[in-house]
Design a protein around this ligand. Sequence first.
Ligand SMILES: *Cc1c(COP(=O)(O)O)cnc(C)c1O
Length: 350
Amino acid sequence: MKEWKKNIRQVVPYVPGEQPKCTSMIKLNTNENPYPPAPSVQKMCQNIDNLRLYPDPAASLLVETIAEYKGLSPEQVFVGVGSDDVLAMSFLTFFNGDQPIFFPDITYSFYDVWAELFQIPYCTKALDENFQIKKEDYYWSNGGVIFPNPNAPTGVLMPLSDIRDILDHNQDVIVIVDEAYIDFGGISAQVLLDNYENLLIVQTFSKSRSMAGMRIGYAMGSAELIRALNDVKYSFNSYTMNQPSILLGAESIKDEAYFRETTNKIIATREWFKAEMKELGFTFPDSKANFIFATHESVSAKEIFEAAREQNIYVRYFNKPRIDNYLRITIGTEEEMQALLTFLRTYLKK
Ligand SMILES: *Cc1c(COP(=O)(O)O)cnc(C)c1O
Protein backbone atom coordinates (compact mmCIF):
# COMPACT_ATOMS: atom_id res chain seq x y z
CA MET A 1 0.00 0.00 0.00
CA LYS A 2 1.31 3.46 -0.93
CA GLU A 3 2.16 5.52 2.17
CA TRP A 4 -0.01 8.48 1.11
CA LYS A 5 -3.08 6.28 0.94
CA LYS A 6 -3.03 6.10 4.72
CA ASN A 7 -3.74 9.85 4.82
CA ILE A 8 -6.96 9.62 2.85
CA ARG A 9 -10.14 9.94 4.90
CA GLN A 10 -12.22 6.80 4.46
CA VAL A 11 -15.97 7.42 4.41
CA VAL A 12 -19.02 5.50 3.27
CA PRO A 13 -21.11 8.27 1.67
CA TYR A 14 -24.84 8.87 1.96
CA VAL A 15 -26.73 7.62 -1.11
CA PRO A 16 -29.34 10.11 -2.30
CA GLY A 17 -32.50 8.94 -4.08
CA GLU A 18 -32.28 8.47 -7.81
CA GLN A 19 -32.72 11.52 -10.07
CA PRO A 20 -33.50 9.77 -13.38
CA LYS A 21 -32.85 11.76 -16.54
CA CYS A 22 -35.97 10.65 -18.42
CA THR A 23 -38.83 13.14 -18.59
CA SER A 24 -41.90 10.92 -18.77
CA MET A 25 -41.95 9.45 -15.30
CA ILE A 26 -43.86 9.63 -12.07
CA LYS A 27 -41.29 10.62 -9.52
CA LEU A 28 -42.30 9.76 -5.95
CA ASN A 29 -38.88 8.80 -4.58
CA THR A 30 -37.25 11.89 -3.03
CA ASN A 31 -40.09 13.74 -1.27
CA GLU A 32 -40.06 16.67 -3.66
CA ASN A 33 -43.14 18.89 -3.87
CA PRO A 34 -45.20 18.27 -7.05
CA TYR A 35 -46.27 21.92 -7.26
CA PRO A 36 -44.04 24.75 -8.53
CA PRO A 37 -42.68 27.42 -6.17
CA ALA A 38 -44.84 30.53 -5.56
CA PRO A 39 -45.52 32.51 -8.78
CA SER A 40 -43.59 35.53 -7.46
CA VAL A 41 -40.50 33.30 -7.10
CA GLN A 42 -40.67 32.47 -10.82
CA LYS A 43 -41.09 36.18 -11.63
CA MET A 44 -38.18 37.19 -9.42
CA CYS A 45 -35.89 34.91 -11.46
CA GLN A 46 -35.88 37.61 -14.13
CA ASN A 47 -34.57 40.19 -11.67
CA ILE A 48 -31.43 38.32 -10.71
CA ASP A 49 -28.41 40.45 -11.54
CA ASN A 50 -25.01 41.30 -10.11
CA LEU A 51 -23.88 37.69 -10.38
CA ARG A 52 -20.46 39.32 -10.98
CA LEU A 53 -20.32 40.18 -7.27
CA TYR A 54 -19.94 37.94 -4.25
CA PRO A 55 -23.24 37.51 -2.42
CA ASP A 56 -23.87 39.00 1.03
CA PRO A 57 -21.93 36.55 3.25
CA ALA A 58 -24.50 37.01 6.04
CA ALA A 59 -27.43 36.43 3.63
CA SER A 60 -29.14 39.19 5.65
CA LEU A 61 -32.19 39.57 3.40
CA LEU A 62 -33.07 35.90 3.81
CA VAL A 63 -32.19 35.74 7.52
CA GLU A 64 -34.28 38.84 8.28
CA THR A 65 -37.22 37.66 6.17
CA ILE A 66 -37.30 34.26 7.89
CA ALA A 67 -36.85 35.87 11.34
CA GLU A 68 -39.75 38.27 10.81
CA TYR A 69 -41.99 35.50 9.47
CA LYS A 70 -41.22 33.27 12.46
CA GLY A 71 -41.44 36.08 15.03
CA LEU A 72 -37.78 35.70 16.01
CA SER A 73 -34.85 38.10 16.04
CA PRO A 74 -32.34 37.78 13.16
CA GLU A 75 -29.76 36.70 15.77
CA GLN A 76 -31.82 33.52 16.20
CA VAL A 77 -31.69 32.41 12.55
CA PHE A 78 -28.91 30.72 10.59
CA VAL A 79 -29.22 29.87 6.86
CA GLY A 80 -27.37 27.31 4.77
CA VAL A 81 -27.24 25.39 1.51
CA GLY A 82 -30.21 23.15 2.19
CA SER A 83 -30.83 21.74 5.64
CA ASP A 84 -28.18 19.11 4.87
CA ASP A 85 -25.59 21.91 5.02
CA VAL A 86 -27.16 23.35 8.18
CA LEU A 87 -27.25 19.91 9.83
CA ALA A 88 -23.67 19.04 8.85
CA MET A 89 -22.53 22.40 10.23
CA SER A 90 -24.51 21.71 13.42
CA PHE A 91 -22.85 18.30 13.92
CA LEU A 92 -19.47 20.00 13.55
CA THR A 93 -20.41 22.86 15.90
CA PHE A 94 -22.37 21.16 18.67
CA PHE A 95 -21.34 17.52 18.92
CA ASN A 96 -17.86 17.74 20.40
CA GLY A 97 -18.30 15.86 23.67
CA ASP A 98 -16.72 12.56 24.65
CA GLN A 99 -20.06 10.80 25.11
CA PRO A 100 -21.86 9.35 22.08
CA ILE A 101 -24.67 11.35 20.48
CA PHE A 102 -28.07 9.62 20.35
CA PHE A 103 -30.46 9.23 17.41
CA PRO A 104 -33.04 6.61 16.34
CA ASP A 105 -31.97 3.40 14.57
CA ILE A 106 -34.49 4.09 11.80
CA THR A 107 -34.09 7.71 10.76
CA TYR A 108 -32.58 10.09 8.21
CA SER A 109 -29.64 8.09 6.92
CA PHE A 110 -27.32 11.10 6.73
CA TYR A 111 -26.90 11.28 10.54
CA ASP A 112 -24.55 8.31 10.88
CA VAL A 113 -22.66 9.47 7.76
CA TRP A 114 -21.92 12.89 9.30
CA ALA A 115 -21.03 11.29 12.64
CA GLU A 116 -18.52 9.05 10.84
CA LEU A 117 -17.18 11.92 8.72
CA PHE A 118 -16.58 14.16 11.75
CA GLN A 119 -15.52 11.22 13.94
CA ILE A 120 -18.29 11.84 16.46
CA PRO A 121 -19.14 8.79 18.60
CA TYR A 122 -22.81 7.83 18.28
CA CYS A 123 -25.32 5.33 19.58
CA THR A 124 -28.64 4.54 17.89
CA LYS A 125 -31.83 3.91 19.87
CA ALA A 126 -34.31 1.39 18.47
CA LEU A 127 -37.80 2.61 17.56
CA ASP A 128 -40.55 0.45 19.06
CA GLU A 129 -42.48 -2.06 16.93
CA ASN A 130 -44.86 0.72 15.80
CA PHE A 131 -41.92 2.87 14.68
CA GLN A 132 -42.36 5.27 17.60
CA ILE A 133 -39.38 6.94 19.30
CA LYS A 134 -39.15 5.72 22.93
CA LYS A 135 -38.40 8.89 24.86
CA GLU A 136 -36.99 6.97 27.86
CA ASP A 137 -34.09 5.81 25.66
CA TYR A 138 -32.86 9.41 25.61
CA TYR A 139 -32.66 9.81 29.39
CA TRP A 140 -29.11 8.39 29.55
CA SER A 141 -26.00 10.53 29.58
CA ASN A 142 -24.98 11.47 26.01
CA GLY A 143 -23.09 13.98 23.86
CA GLY A 144 -26.16 15.38 22.09
CA VAL A 145 -29.48 14.30 20.61
CA ILE A 146 -30.89 14.58 17.10
CA PHE A 147 -34.10 13.28 15.51
CA PRO A 148 -36.44 14.39 12.75
CA ASN A 149 -40.00 15.31 13.64
CA PRO A 150 -41.96 13.90 11.86
CA ASN A 151 -39.38 11.10 11.66
CA ALA A 152 -38.10 9.99 8.26
CA PRO A 153 -38.66 7.63 6.53
CA THR A 154 -41.56 6.61 8.82
CA GLY A 155 -43.60 9.85 8.78
CA VAL A 156 -44.41 9.39 12.49
CA LEU A 157 -44.95 12.65 14.42
CA MET A 158 -43.85 12.91 18.04
CA PRO A 159 -46.10 15.03 20.26
CA LEU A 160 -44.61 18.25 21.65
CA SER A 161 -45.02 16.93 25.20
CA ASP A 162 -42.52 14.12 24.39
CA ILE A 163 -40.06 16.59 22.87
CA ARG A 164 -40.34 18.72 25.99
CA ASP A 165 -39.71 15.61 28.08
CA ILE A 166 -36.57 14.76 26.07
CA LEU A 167 -35.38 18.36 26.52
CA ASP A 168 -36.03 18.20 30.27
CA HIS A 169 -33.84 15.11 30.48
CA ASN A 170 -31.10 16.62 28.29
CA GLN A 171 -30.27 20.05 29.72
CA ASP A 172 -26.49 19.61 29.39
CA VAL A 173 -26.29 18.87 25.66
CA ILE A 174 -27.62 20.34 22.41
CA VAL A 175 -30.87 18.79 21.19
CA ILE A 176 -31.55 19.18 17.44
CA VAL A 177 -35.04 18.68 16.02
CA ASP A 178 -34.95 18.24 12.23
CA GLU A 179 -38.32 19.57 11.04
CA ALA A 180 -37.94 18.91 7.30
CA TYR A 181 -41.61 17.78 7.13
CA ILE A 182 -43.25 19.79 9.91
CA ASP A 183 -45.40 21.90 7.54
CA PHE A 184 -47.48 18.88 6.49
CA GLY A 185 -49.48 18.69 9.70
CA GLY A 186 -47.18 18.88 12.74
CA ILE A 187 -46.68 21.57 15.36
CA SER A 188 -43.17 23.03 15.37
CA ALA A 189 -41.03 22.85 18.50
CA GLN A 190 -40.44 26.59 17.95
CA VAL A 191 -42.85 27.24 20.84
CA LEU A 192 -40.23 25.67 23.16
CA LEU A 193 -37.34 27.92 22.05
CA ASP A 194 -37.89 30.53 24.79
CA ASN A 195 -37.58 27.88 27.49
CA TYR A 196 -34.68 25.82 26.14
CA GLU A 197 -31.47 27.60 25.12
CA ASN A 198 -29.99 24.23 24.07
CA LEU A 199 -32.70 23.52 21.47
CA LEU A 200 -31.91 23.91 17.77
CA ILE A 201 -34.67 23.52 15.17
CA VAL A 202 -33.79 22.91 11.53
CA GLN A 203 -36.21 23.46 8.64
CA THR A 204 -35.94 23.49 4.84
CA PHE A 205 -37.37 25.08 1.69
CA SER A 206 -36.94 21.78 -0.17
CA LYS A 207 -40.20 20.05 0.69
CA SER A 208 -43.06 22.33 1.73
CA ARG A 209 -41.77 25.33 -0.28
CA SER A 210 -41.12 23.43 -3.52
CA MET A 211 -37.54 24.69 -3.77
CA ALA A 212 -35.33 21.58 -3.49
CA GLY A 213 -33.32 22.77 -6.50
CA MET A 214 -32.45 26.09 -4.81
CA ARG A 215 -30.82 24.46 -1.74
CA ILE A 216 -32.10 26.56 1.18
CA GLY A 217 -32.26 25.41 4.79
CA TYR A 218 -32.19 27.20 8.14
CA ALA A 219 -31.80 26.74 11.85
CA MET A 220 -33.64 28.53 14.66
CA GLY A 221 -32.26 28.69 18.19
CA SER A 222 -30.88 30.91 20.91
CA ALA A 223 -28.55 33.72 19.81
CA GLU A 224 -25.68 31.85 21.44
CA LEU A 225 -26.20 28.71 19.34
CA ILE A 226 -26.62 30.74 16.15
CA ARG A 227 -23.44 32.70 16.87
CA ALA A 228 -21.54 29.41 17.31
CA LEU A 229 -22.89 28.12 13.98
CA ASN A 230 -21.84 31.32 12.22
CA ASP A 231 -18.33 31.11 13.69
CA VAL A 232 -17.95 27.61 12.24
CA LYS A 233 -19.46 28.63 8.91
CA TYR A 234 -17.04 31.58 8.55
CA SER A 235 -14.20 29.20 9.35
CA PHE A 236 -15.24 26.97 6.49
CA ASN A 237 -16.78 28.99 3.64
CA SER A 238 -18.05 32.57 3.94
CA TYR A 239 -20.26 32.39 0.86
CA THR A 240 -22.45 29.37 1.37
CA MET A 241 -25.62 31.06 0.14
CA ASN A 242 -25.65 32.20 -3.48
CA GLN A 243 -27.36 35.40 -4.63
CA PRO A 244 -30.36 33.73 -6.37
CA SER A 245 -31.09 31.56 -3.31
CA ILE A 246 -31.09 34.58 -1.01
CA LEU A 247 -33.48 36.56 -3.27
CA LEU A 248 -35.81 33.70 -4.24
CA GLY A 249 -35.96 32.28 -0.74
CA ALA A 250 -37.04 35.66 0.66
CA GLU A 251 -39.63 35.95 -2.10
CA SER A 252 -41.13 32.55 -1.28
CA ILE A 253 -41.75 33.54 2.35
CA LYS A 254 -43.89 36.50 1.23
CA ASP A 255 -46.59 34.38 -0.39
CA GLU A 256 -48.26 32.77 2.62
CA ALA A 257 -51.54 32.06 0.79
CA TYR A 258 -49.82 29.98 -1.89
CA PHE A 259 -47.80 28.12 0.75
CA ARG A 260 -50.98 27.22 2.66
CA GLU A 261 -52.80 26.23 -0.51
CA THR A 262 -50.11 23.83 -1.78
CA THR A 263 -49.34 22.24 1.60
CA ASN A 264 -53.07 21.75 2.22
CA LYS A 265 -53.46 20.11 -1.20
CA ILE A 266 -50.68 17.64 -0.35
CA ILE A 267 -52.25 16.90 3.04
CA ALA A 268 -55.63 16.24 1.40
CA THR A 269 -54.07 13.99 -1.25
CA ARG A 270 -52.16 12.11 1.46
CA GLU A 271 -55.29 11.38 3.51
CA TRP A 272 -57.23 10.18 0.45
CA PHE A 273 -54.22 8.08 -0.68
CA LYS A 274 -53.97 6.43 2.76
CA ALA A 275 -57.54 5.13 2.46
CA GLU A 276 -56.92 3.82 -1.07
CA MET A 277 -53.73 2.05 0.01
CA LYS A 278 -55.52 0.35 2.91
CA GLU A 279 -58.03 -1.05 0.40
CA LEU A 280 -55.11 -2.57 -1.51
CA GLY A 281 -53.77 -4.41 1.53
CA PHE A 282 -51.05 -1.99 2.57
CA THR A 283 -50.38 -0.99 6.17
CA PHE A 284 -48.31 1.96 7.33
CA PRO A 285 -47.68 4.07 10.41
CA ASP A 286 -49.87 7.19 10.34
CA SER A 287 -47.86 9.82 8.45
CA LYS A 288 -47.84 13.56 9.04
CA ALA A 289 -45.25 14.10 6.28
CA ASN A 290 -45.46 14.35 2.48
CA PHE A 291 -44.89 10.61 2.10
CA ILE A 292 -46.16 7.34 3.52
CA PHE A 293 -44.07 4.35 4.58
CA ALA A 294 -46.00 1.29 3.52
CA THR A 295 -45.72 -2.48 3.57
CA HIS A 296 -47.99 -4.95 1.76
CA GLU A 297 -49.69 -7.94 3.41
CA SER A 298 -48.44 -10.45 0.80
CA VAL A 299 -46.17 -8.96 -1.87
CA SER A 300 -42.62 -7.90 -1.01
CA ALA A 301 -41.66 -4.23 -1.14
CA LYS A 302 -38.61 -4.93 -3.28
CA GLU A 303 -40.72 -6.70 -5.87
CA ILE A 304 -43.27 -3.85 -6.03
CA PHE A 305 -40.46 -1.28 -6.17
CA GLU A 306 -38.83 -2.99 -9.15
CA ALA A 307 -42.11 -3.56 -11.01
CA ALA A 308 -43.14 0.09 -10.55
CA ARG A 309 -39.75 1.24 -11.79
CA GLU A 310 -40.28 -0.79 -14.99
CA GLN A 311 -43.37 1.37 -15.53
CA ASN A 312 -41.39 4.57 -14.88
CA ILE A 313 -42.96 5.04 -11.46
CA TYR A 314 -40.22 5.76 -8.94
CA VAL A 315 -40.68 5.22 -5.20
CA ARG A 316 -37.97 4.74 -2.56
CA TYR A 317 -36.82 1.37 -1.27
CA PHE A 318 -34.23 0.98 1.51
CA ASN A 319 -32.44 -2.34 1.66
CA LYS A 320 -31.78 -2.02 5.40
CA PRO A 321 -32.55 -4.09 8.51
CA ARG A 322 -36.13 -3.74 9.85
CA ILE A 323 -37.34 -1.65 6.88
CA ASP A 324 -36.48 -3.80 3.88
CA ASN A 325 -40.14 -4.70 3.34
CA TYR A 326 -41.31 -1.08 3.18
CA LEU A 327 -41.72 1.48 0.43
CA ARG A 328 -41.46 5.19 1.04
CA ILE A 329 -43.90 6.83 -1.33
CA THR A 330 -43.86 10.61 -1.80
CA ILE A 331 -47.25 12.30 -2.08
CA GLY A 332 -47.41 13.83 -5.56
CA THR A 333 -50.40 15.34 -7.35
CA GLU A 334 -53.71 13.50 -7.17
CA GLU A 335 -53.20 12.44 -10.82
CA GLU A 336 -49.79 10.96 -10.04
CA MET A 337 -51.18 9.03 -7.07
CA GLN A 338 -54.07 7.79 -9.23
CA ALA A 339 -51.55 6.48 -11.77
CA LEU A 340 -49.64 4.68 -9.01
CA LEU A 341 -52.89 3.16 -7.67
CA THR A 342 -53.86 2.01 -11.16
CA PHE A 343 -50.49 0.29 -11.50
CA LEU A 344 -50.80 -1.31 -8.03
CA ARG A 345 -54.35 -2.57 -8.66
CA THR A 346 -53.20 -4.33 -11.83
CA TYR A 347 -49.96 -5.61 -10.31
CA LEU A 348 -51.60 -6.91 -7.12
CA LYS A 349 -54.62 -8.12 -9.17
CA LYS A 350 -57.10 -6.38 -6.89
C1 LIG B 1 -34.99 16.08 2.96
C2 LIG B 1 -34.44 16.03 4.33
C3 LIG B 1 -33.38 16.86 4.73
C4 LIG B 1 -32.54 17.66 3.78
O1 LIG B 1 -33.18 18.55 3.01
P1 LIG B 1 -32.42 19.69 2.22
O2 LIG B 1 -32.90 19.53 0.82
O3 LIG B 1 -30.94 19.50 2.34
O4 LIG B 1 -32.90 20.93 2.88
C5 LIG B 1 -33.00 16.86 6.06
N1 LIG B 1 -33.58 16.06 6.95
C6 LIG B 1 -34.57 15.22 6.60
C7 LIG B 1 -35.17 14.35 7.63
C8 LIG B 1 -35.01 15.17 5.29
O5 LIG B 1 -35.94 14.29 4.93
